[in-house]
Design a protein around this ligand. Sequence first.
Ligand SMILES: Cc1cc2nc3c(=O)[nH]c(=O)nc-3n(C[C@H](O)[C@H](O)[C@H](O)COP(=O)(O)OP(=O)(O)OC[C@H]3O[C@@H](n4cnc5c(N)ncnc54)[C@H](O)[C@@H]3O)c2cc1C
Length: 393
Amino acid sequence: MPLEYHPPYDLMLCGGGVVGLSIAYECASNGWKVLLVDSGQIGKESSWAGAGILPAGATTAAQDPTEQLRALSHRLHPEWSQRLLEQTGIDNEFRRCGGLYLGMSPAERATLAANQMWWDEHGVGFESWSAHELAIRLPFMREQAAVNERLRAWYVPEDCQVRNPRHIRALVAACKKLGVTMLENACVDSFETHADRIVSAHSGVRVFHAEKFCVTSGAWASQLLKPIGIETGILPVRGQMVLYKLDKPLFSMVINEGHRYLVPRDDGYVLAGSCEEEVGFDHRTTAEMIDPIKEWALQICPVLSQAVVERVWSGLRPGSFDTLPYLGTLHPFENGFVAAGHFRHGLHWSTATGLLMYQWMSGQKTEIDLMPFRVQRGQTLGMQLHTTNHSNS
Ligand SMILES: Cc1cc2nc3c(=O)[nH]c(=O)nc-3n(C[C@H](O)[C@H](O)[C@H](O)COP(=O)(O)OP(=O)(O)OC[C@H]3O[C@@H](n4cnc5c(N)ncnc54)[C@H](O)[C@@H]3O)c2cc1C
């Protein structure tokens, strides 16, 4: 016997990571009745596994779609964090901690010199430090600075971080207060469609009805979209992480070198990451990746050799073929939507995604143009763009 879940749901979200939760939060804050369904535990996939780094966004008018999304998100994070704290009492540890970018090799210095131009153009403040200045500011880097006097470092005070497991906890608590219905261990396996509408979503014997449906299942989004004829370039990209525990915090800024980083938390925990691997939906950690991350972490911060490695883990980032997320309508289904494929930036871009998807789904003018993020961008050129009555300019 099917078990039917009927409206009054205005919106059903299929996937409860930071993206699904942020959309639920924004929509429920605007009075919508929201149902959020997750195949496992809410917020325990990529959104839990990530580091929570929030690199500074442009303060001048951003042109590029990625920059616009980043700037809007960056503006919204402190506002959301404050609101979540007031609504739930949970401090998500949003911190304006600053970010340090190390140029150890000539190639890294060249990349960072280009970054410097980007920061300049986009009104992002930074300081450039010599090896000597770095050693004064971070004494544990003294040895590195002594053996590599060409080393340079760039410090960006506006880089922030959020402690993602706590941010998720705050979002869940706020969503509960706002009346969002949340179901765990309910894997959406198919949609029933009729003409240009999604009629229901199915999870085993459960049948969910809603006015609108939005796919927010991260790296798993293609599995839901393909059967209804929607092709995306979303694929899982594994990242591995090491968690150290120091007795007390030793530094407060995020330290980056290339794709590697150290993220310090308030209570002495330090995360070291990461890597990019295309290994399907394999959650295992491997010595081949964890060992070099540890070696790098010790090279940067030798004191970590005295710290306890509390845990290692991996997460599956929702990669997309052009690194942009998919945000918009699942044409031809006028009540079907997607917000997935945020790759390395989903925690950062989640606040803007929540706001923009609410604006888009309610037919309002969106704060930034969503055309660059449309689902059809990867499909054959002859495909007609369906515009409905949404304003997106
Ligand atoms: C190691 C690592 C470090 C990272 N660091 C950062 C960082 O510093 N800053 C940053 O901004 N981003 C970072 N990211 C990226 C960020 O974590 C992701 O982009 C973001 O979490 C994606 O959120 P999501 O909600 O789309 O996906 P997820 O969090 O993966 O959520 C998707 C949810 O959908 C559920 N689901 C799947 N299939 C179904 C189905 N059929 N039915 C119902 N539910 C389903 C899953 O159970 C899951 O809970 C990092 C990621 C990793 C792995």
